[in-house]
Design a protein around this ligand. Sequence first.
Ligand code: PLP
Length: 397
Amino acid sequence: DYRFARRLASLEASATAAMTARVAQMRAAGIKVISFSVGEPDFDTPEPIKQAAIAGIQANHTHYTPTGGTLELRKVIAARVSADQGLSYGIGQVTVTTGAKEALYLAFQALCDEGDEALIPAPYWVSYVEQAKLAGATPVTPQTSEQTGFKLTPDQLRASLSERTRIVVLNSPSNPTGAVYSAEELAALAAVLRDHPAIIITDEIYDAISYVPYTRLLRVAPDLAERTLVVNGAAKAYAMTGWRVGYVAGPQPIIEAIKAIQSHTSTHTSSISQDAALAAYTPNPDIEATVAAMTAEFQRRRDLILGLLAEIPGVTCTVPDGAFYVFPNVSALLNRPLRNGKVCTTSDELNLYLLEEAHIACVAGEAFGAPGYLRLSYATGSEEIRVGMQRFREAVL
Ligand code: PLP
């Protein structure tokens, strides 16, 4: 008889992980599944970054590092954050984490008590909600709409804030919608945030992958820096998902609290990964050119998949301005017979239908608090996009 902690009772298993497992099973059975479900670049880590890691192993950088990362790494990251935000961050205001995911987890752990609320605009990256719950907080998830490009409006923000709001999460470019907030939109949200003492988490992990001029909250509202945590990481920009390097930068007392938890849990991410990240974050024209080329390629694929989705009757899609996801509205495909007479009543069912019938793997909107949609990652080859969208089309005609 296994007994689990009460806080696990409301924890939802990751839908993306469940999809990955089912795809693996089908592929093992010889079925050629095309996957649009993964949240990572299909590119390899740039060569100079890999070489730095190899050199790190050979130099025996195989011991513990300080909690929150080596001094050198924190120094280059502090410089990077300072340049990004147009503010001055010292190394005491930065800690390196095991991916941005750990940065977020530690922030919730450090800041939330039972009864606190975490304001997380939907559609959201699901881990925010689960991490808030693990920290005892109650997620409050205002629904953004296609009409605003899936962006939270100042009125929605004001209506969702309460005296119990402890954390407000902003994510631009967004996973799953690809929405990128403009300077005006951020300034309007900042005007509301100024009247409320919540801590703001700005998750900027897709910042390198923006197809419109990119602005950050603190660029338009530097006065909020004293209660804003900037979260970012190497995974998406540098095709480094497996290395597990992220960071959080913000007011020193909060960073100290986060490091205190870190010192009793992971201590730090792998020393070798830190050597790799040091190369990634040290200014280098070669690496910057590679990142720019990857982003340009993502934009080509975005345009390709948008064009092909537009040819599928019953599917409409807002144009994402960043990240590598499209988030089509598939509600017109529900509650009517598809090929073979099959009727799906939810996007979850449609998603399974597409997997079994068309052998394409997407993630249903339900996983992001937005039923009626699918999320497709286009961090995959152009040919796979073409064949996959053809299969999608044929399965729903
Ligand atoms: N934040 C968002 C919005 C993401 O989509 C992801 C990864 O999918 C993360 C954070 C976590 O990234 P990392 O791999 O650095 O933990």
